[in-house]
Design a protein around this ligand. Sequence first.
Ligand code: IPD
Ligand code: CA
Length: 325
Amino acid sequence: MKAEEWKESISGRVREILLKAGEIILGAHVERRDIRAKGGKADFVTAYDVRVQEYLIGQLASLIPDAAFFGEEDTKGSGRILGNGPVFIIDPIDGTTNFMFDRRHSCISVALCCDRRVCFAWVYQPYTGELWTAEEGAGAFLNGERLHPADLTLEEGVAAFGAARHYGYDPDPLFRLVRNLFEHSLGVREGGSAAIDLCRVAAGGNICYLEPMISPWDYAASSLILHEAGCLITQWSGERITLDRSCSILAAPPQAYGELRRLIDRDKADHVHLGKDARPGKGNAAAPSEADLIEVTGEEDWQDETERTYRDGSLIQECWKDRSY
Ligand code: IPD
Ligand code: CA
């Protein structure tokens, strides 16, 4: 089907599908037997995640029959994301742990990619009826009201973050940053649904959102909503977010985004070259010559630290050396 044929009507039709999918969530009674561990620490899927995803795929496929699907509960279609055809990236329930405990703070996130970019986005919070939407080049909206968040500084807003144990990363860099945010903002929050918290940045309720590792279905839709609202979303390093694999994310309106990048860079510098007595936070001592290197320990994996010992007794810890931060 040609893009011109579905682009006109897609927004309203997906909205109707989301309202119906939201009814499955609102009518749910989660029991123990409905919950399955996915393998990683504190990572679960419920029978309702699967049911909502199946419902969405069935309905969305009838709107765009040649679309591919990339969903949290079935990643078979992931290769297609790199193609130019239409691809739906779906999180049937973002905030599954909240959902399991009836915390009423979860959402459905649907992004539609065209030419490898998100071109339409919907994030629906069924408990409150909030529906955030965006179309590339046409703005971002909350229940039809255009989003224009104020360009505030960190000191002027509430900072949100996410942390997920199943990635197994070293939590220290994240919590050092959260500590910094605690001192530089009006307060810090961990809501348990990245998609909602990212939309709240676009709507002005959060001054920022950050997470050291997160999957594309959690942020694909919100990334367009943020962009269309005039906010920035990148990896912690400033690189573009990826849609075909997990990455770190950092989202905020421009002023706060700049402040956050500076906090990250400063923390990173403090934890790279620790100097002779190697106490964390000690500062960025000059690196000795590589010719004097005696030993390297640790692994050069993204979540590990490498220690380099030099002839003059210097110990250099390299953490975050990596590809994701
Ligand atoms: C999780 C939530 C959480 C974020 C995690 C996600 P799920 O998604 O968005 O807020 O911190 O990284 O995995 O598992 O509830 O769909
Ligand atoms: Ca999710």
